[in-house]
Design a protein around this ligand. Structure first.
Ligand code: ZN
Length: 350
């Protein structure tokens, strides 16, 4: 192990359960990039050059090890016809859903990441950042929604849950089309220079669906997508921010090394996760983006990082400090730097 690892080396070693020189830090910085780069909402969300500018500015202000270049959840959904609302200063929002009737699932077609929707935005941003000296060594894990998560970006969540019960066949046709597109999009992100995906299995939580529903309407497609990506190096991170994540089921997924979950808000705490899955899964967690990072003091932030390291880093690997979901675009950059300073202070190899 080198004493001064690059961010990519550090993140990959943690994901592979190899020793690291210090615990790596991610900040789940999505739309905050627009503020960092002083780019307008729509400009940031629709042009990869603007997204690259914002993400690199964020990196310069904070020094985090891992970026998740993105603006909002609609890159694929807008390709199927979901309409976005762009308001200055706010992340783009899903405004009108594409799938209005169950039959619409069957009318969906597989998309081309180069030209449909806004998939080209993170793809272009990543390729620009990789060529920039500032972005060469940073770890980049762009967000990509799983097929069931995408379903809730093209149709209201309540309607999707009803379709699971009474329109399963049309829904499954839609899921297959979405899965095919997700594979193409994932490959395009890797081709651009991503070193992993933040694969959002956000509906894998007991307050949303039953585990049997998840297996039938999500796991099948998740496993298909993950095992059909061109890149099979196994370093992807899953993202699940619900209250009762199906951690055991997700820990068995192919082509994944880490799970990012909201440990501070869900029933599953770091200590239990480390005991049960810590040898197999890299834990990507530790910072409450809804309280500590937004309204906590610098000392609160440092103490939360210290606590995370004590619970999840006793073996010197298998942990990336991260919030449980996207950080607020209004988060103070100095507070993110405080996470980094605490990682330096408490998370160095002795
Ligand atoms: Zn989330």
């Amino acid at each position: 192990m080198k004493n001064n690892m690059s961010s990519i080396e550090r993140c990959h070693a943690a994901l592979r359960h190899q020793p690291v020189d210090r615990v790596p830090v991610s900040a789940m910085a999505w739309f905050i990039g627009a503020r960092a780069g002083e780019v307008g909402t729509k400009a940031y969300a629709t042009d990869g050059a603007n997204m690259a500018k914002g993400q690199l500015a964020f990196l310069e202000k904070t020094g985090v090890d891992m970026l998740h270049p993105m603006s909002d959840v609609g890159q694929m959904a807008s390709g199927w016809g979901t309409v976005m609302r762009y308001t200055e200063g706010l992340a783009p929002m899903l405004d009108a859903f594409a799938v209005k009737e169950p039959e619409d699932w069957e009318k969906m077609r597989a998309l081309d990441p180069k030209k449909d929707g806004r998939m080209h935005v993170p793809v272009k941003a990543i390729s620009i950042m990789r060529k920039d000296p500032r972005g060469k060594n940073v770890s980049m894990f762009p967000y990509i929604p799983s097929p069931l998560t995408s379903c809730t970006h093209v149709r209201a969540m309540e309607e999707v849950l009803i379709d699971i019960l009474i329109n399963p066949e049309p829904l499954k046709k839609g899921l297959q089309t979405i899965a095919d597109t997700t594979i193409e999009y994932g490959n395009a992100l890797f081709d651009a220079g991503a070193d992993g995906l933040l694969y959002a299995t956000t509906r894998a939580s007991a307050e949303i669906v039953t585990i049997d529903q998840y297996k039938e309407f999500a796991m099948t497609y998740d496993r298909h997508v993950l095992s059909h990506l061109d890149n099979q190096d196994g370093l992807n991170i899953q993202h699940v921010c619900g209250l009762e994540p199906f951690f055991q089921l997700l820990s068995e997924y192919p082509n994944c090394a880490g799970i990012n979950w909201w440990d501070r808000g869900s029933r599953l705490k770091i200590k239990e996760a480390k005991q049960k899955w810590g040898k197999k899964v890299c834990l990507v967690c530790g910072m409450d983006q809804t309280t500590t990072l937004m309204i906590g003091s610098m000392d609160d932030i440092k103490n939360e990082v210290k606590d995370t390291i004590q619970q999840g880093f006793a073996d010197g690997t298998g942990l990336i400090i991260a919030p449980g979901c996207e950080i607020s675009p209004n988060t103070d950059f100095a507070k993110i730097r405080a996470m980094m300073e605490a990682a330096e202070q408490y998370g160095r190899k002795k």
